[in-house]
Design a protein around this ligand. Structure first.
Ligand code: GLY
Length: 383
């Protein structure tokens, strides 16, 4: 059956890592998909993200159901990446050297013991190290480092490679990807869903059977939908990019900073967490903090060049957990609010959202992350 060119099975609002991953999965399940991106693919948080795939280190502050979803996603990563690379012909720079948490003083040491205890309780593998063992693994660490915690099962991916590769992979399997296209409204009309689009001065309409809202922090910004508001807000993150002699082989972190090595001697220092609305300017204070904390554990970075200071806006709701599932408006779905975990959660989000959107049943893995919890909270707050 031939289709109207302005018609699609699924319209996805947002061309970041989540929207594109879902598009890739849905097309492979036989759906026609159109992705609508207000700027360029990956604009927003996706390509700014450091790409750490490290669920074991977030256990202290993450509810068990979310750690489970992260672990599920981590297990899917090797296949996810190889399928994207095969479809796009582009590398995602996936690396599996692990993550090393380093301690500088007794406070840090007690925190590492505490994290290790939680990991043990949840059956997560890791190795506690002495200062000497830690510095043997990464010789450029400061002599002040007195201990470490090594998680060899944590991995990383270069988000600046992953997102363009995903976009190319999507195009190669037939996803229609419209950049510089704002979605102004999403509404049900005569059994289907109608989206009004704006590209420069040109306005048009797209009809879809299903709509997936995956627009990151812009999910409620300038977009009119039948959904109640869920309080999506941006959490600003600044990341300093350094370049020069490679100093470390794996991701380093402590409670103040993480240091992520990438190919070609690039080192990322991240990241600030700031409530600054939609402000995307790097600041002296944010940069100073990241450099100071990173210098404390890796003094050799003093001579590296600053190549860039990047800013991303993490999409978050009040409980800082993702929002995944159907909405109270038939045919409209949501995959948002990934906060610090958009890159790690991409494969699981794509898998489970595609499962939901093609079968109609809410998979158990994402059932704790439904929109209802937020609507109930908003109603409570309104009295
Ligand atoms: N995923 C790390 C961050 O958001 O800073």
């Amino acid at each position: 059956m031939s289709r109207d060119p302005r018609s699609t099975d699924v319209a996805i609002v947002g061309g970041g890592v989540i929207g594109l991953s879902c598009a890739f999965e849905l097309v492979r399940r036989g759906r026609s998909v159109t992705v609508l991106e207000r700027a360029e693919v990956g604009y927003g948080a996706s390509t700014v993200a450091a790409g750490m795939l490290t669920p074991s280190f977030e256990v202290e502050t993450t509810p068990p159901s979310l750690v489970e979803l992260q672990l599920d996603s981590l297990r899917r990563y090797p296949v996810f990446v190889s399928e994207i690379e095969a479809a796009s012909g582009l590398s995602c720079e996936y690396r599996d050297e692990g993550t090393l948490w380093v301690s500088r003083h007794r406070d840090d040491e007690l925190e590492l013991d505490h994290i290790r205890k939680i990991q043990e309780d949840r059956g997560l593998p890791a190795r506690r190290l002495t200062g000497r063992e830690t510095r043997q693994i990464e010789p450029y660490l400061s002599p002040r480092i007195i201990g470490g915690l090594l998680v060899e099962t944590d991995h990383q991916v270069n988000s600046r490679k992953l997102v363009p590769a995903l976009a190319a992979a999507c195009r190669s399997i037939g996803v229609e990807l419209l950049e510089h296209t704002d979605v102004n409204t999403v509404e049900r009309s005569g059994g289907r869903i109608e989206l009004t689009l704006q590209s420069g001065d040109a306005q048009s309409t797209l009809c879809a059977d299903q709509v997936l809202l995956a627009a990151g922090v812009w999910l409620e910004e300038g977009l009119v939908t039948p959904l109640p508001r869920i309080g999506m807000r941006p959490i600003k993150g600044q990341i300093v990019h350094l370049k020069g002699q490679p100093l470390v082989n794996r991701v380093l972190r402590n409670s103040d900073v993480y240091i992520v090595p990438r190919a070609g001697g690039e080192l990322l220092l991240g990241a600030t967490e700031e409530e600054q609305g939609f402000d995307m300017q790097p600041t002296a204070g944010g940069t100073l903090d990241l450099l100071r904390y990173a210098f404390e554990i890796l003094p050799g970075l003093y001579d590296l060049y600053v190549s860039e200071i990047d800013v991303g806006l993490r999409p978050a709701v009040s409980d800082h957990q993702p929002v995944l599932g159907p909405t109270n408006s038939e045919g409209i779905f949501i995959a948002g609010g990934h906060y610090r975990g958009g890159v790690i959660l991409a494969p699981a989000t794509a898998h489970w959202m595609a499962e939901l959107m093609t079968t109609g049943g809410v998979p158990e893995a994402i059932s704790p992350f439904g929109i209802d919890r937020l609507i109930a909270r908003q109603q409570e707050a309104a009295g």
